[in-house]
Structures are given as structure tokens and as C-alpha cells.
Design a protein around this ligand. Sequence first.
Ligand SMILES: C[S@@+](CC[C@H](N)C(=O)[O-])C[C@H]1O[C@@H](n2cnc3c(N)ncnc32)[C@H](O)[C@@H]1O
Ligand SMILES: Nc1nc2[nH]cc(C(=O)O)c2c(=O)[nH]1
Ligand code: SF4
Ligand SMILES: [Mg+2]
Length: 260
Amino acid sequence: MPVANDTPGVDIEGTDADAETGDLPINELFQSLQGEGRLAGVPSVFVRTSGCNLRCWFCDSYHTSWEPTHDWFTVGDVVAAIDEYDADHVVLTGGEPLIHDSSETLLARLADRGYHTTVETNGTVVPDAPIDLASVSPKLASSTPTADRDPDGDGEWADRHEDRRLDVPTLAELVESYDTQLKFVVTGREDMAEIERLIDRLRDAASARVDDDDVLLMPEGQTRDQLESTRETVADLALEYGYRYTPRLHVDLWNDAPGT
Ligand SMILES: C[S@@+](CC[C@H](N)C(=O)[O-])C[C@H]1O[C@@H](n2cnc3c(N)ncnc32)[C@H](O)[C@@H]1O
Ligand SMILES: Nc1nc2[nH]cc(C(=O)O)c2c(=O)[nH]1
Ligand code: SF4
Ligand SMILES: [Mg+2]
């Protein structure tokens, strides 16, 4: 269900509109196969919130970050919409779902109802909520929207993105609190030194283990054609470094069309 846009172009990040009402800005809600990560292939209901505290230049969900669009749903309405599907797995994504306090309420309600929940998050916020799989995608330097790569301007977001994108204590807390996969968007071999350094720092900072097979390399690409040029390189890097590779099944199957 793609939802209508009642507030075109409004930058909801940094506002507390949702905190006042308890409602969630929902960009889309649909059923598909989980396309990424450890649970790739599992039928799941996706809830995509709008608004993000980062601005990756490659964001495949442009209408939740660079130009957020959404309708406001009560948590009860979201639960009712999920219940319409015959599914055991729910994926809460965005945008950045964890910037909204009501995502915690939603996750608690879903746990009470017996759903398995995955949260797709950029790893800059630690929630207080039950989550079965924290699917954390820390953002590398190659994600920064410098003027030459900005999809929407001249690099106005670059400094804010750079300041916010990585916080090792926050990542350590996530790893300690939840069953976690670390899913890096890889643009090329140049990303590997930063990934290795970050994993080392995280292992030093966190009391929980971070195994090599909790680290997933995912090729950057919003379309089949773009993935065509990155996936083999990234698969080879996974083999070389001993990390896991994750496909992007929804791009391979449906070219990341809305609602897939
Ligand atoms: C749109 S994000 C939403 C969740 C959260 N903001 C985050 O970044 O993890 C969902 C997933 O898509 C990944 N992603 C976004 N754009 C991508 C691209 N162009 N290629 C590969 N993965 C991408 C993100 O890294 C994340 O794992
Ligand atoms: N099929 C499918 N799998 C996904 N896994 C993570 C997604 C996301 O956008 O967070 C996603 C998505 O958008 N579609
Ligand atoms: S953190 Fe996630 S939603 Fe936000 S801009 Fe990056 S990929 Fe898009
Ligand atoms: Mg996606």
C-alpha cells in the first residue's frame, strides 16, 4: 500500500510532530520477500516510516530521506494494516525508523502479538523496545553526499551527515542489546579499510561478540543495471575478507519497484 502524500517536501527530521500525537509518518506498507541479509527470502510485511537523520547520496528510499512523503498513521492503524496480511515476519524500515518514539510502541505491540520483528536501521539510535533482529547498516565515508554526488543540491548535507553517520558506543550498545547483523553498503574495494577498522573498534568497545559472519557486505545499487556492475566485486571481497555476502533479491527480482 503506497500511501498518499499529505505533506510534500516537508523535512520532518528534527521535528517532534510525531512525539506530540504518537502517530507515525508512513511512506509505504506492503508484503514482499525480505531481500537482504540473514533472512533473505522470508515473506515479510514491510513498514516504511518517513524521515531520516542522515542523507546517503545513494539512498534507495529517496522519498523518506531527501524528499520525505507520508501519511500519518496511529500505531493501532499500523498494527491493523499488518494484521491484514498472513505473515509472521515484520520488517520496520525507513527512512530511519528509530528517530520516531512511536516505533518503540509499535515494536512492543508487534512482540505482544507474536510477530518476529526485524528493524532496518543506520545504527545511530538505540531504542528501548523488543527487536528480534537488529539489521544495522552503519554508513561509511563513501555514503557522504559531497557536492559532486548530492542528488538534491550542492553538498549542503555533507557535514551533518559526516558528523552523525558513525558512533561506536551506539553501535556497541546495539550489539550488546540485540541479535545483530552488520550490513555494509559496499561501493568498491576502497570501503574495506574503513569496514575493517570499524569492526576492530566495535570488538574493542562491545562486551558482546561480533563474529565475521555477523558482518554482511551488500553491493551498492538501486537498479539491476547498477547491481550488475558492483555485485561480483563485492562477492569477491566477501570471499577475500571472510565476511558474508548478501544479495538484494528485490532488486534482482523486481528492480526495486515501489511495494517490493
Ligand atoms: C533505505 S535504508 C532504511 C533503514 C536505515 N535508514 C538504514 O540505512 O539502514 C534500508 C537498507 O537499504 C540500504 N540501502 C540504501 N540505499 C542503498 C543502495 N543504493 N544500495 C544498496 N543498499 C542500499 C541501507 O543501507 C539499509 O540497509
Ligand atoms: N524486499 C525488500 N527487502 C528489503 N530489505 C530491506 C529493505 C529496506 O528498504 O529496508 C527492503 C525492501 O525495500 N524490500
Ligand atoms: S540512512 Fe538509510 S534511509 Fe537514511 S539516507 Fe541513508 S540509506 Fe537512506
Ligand atoms: Mg529498500
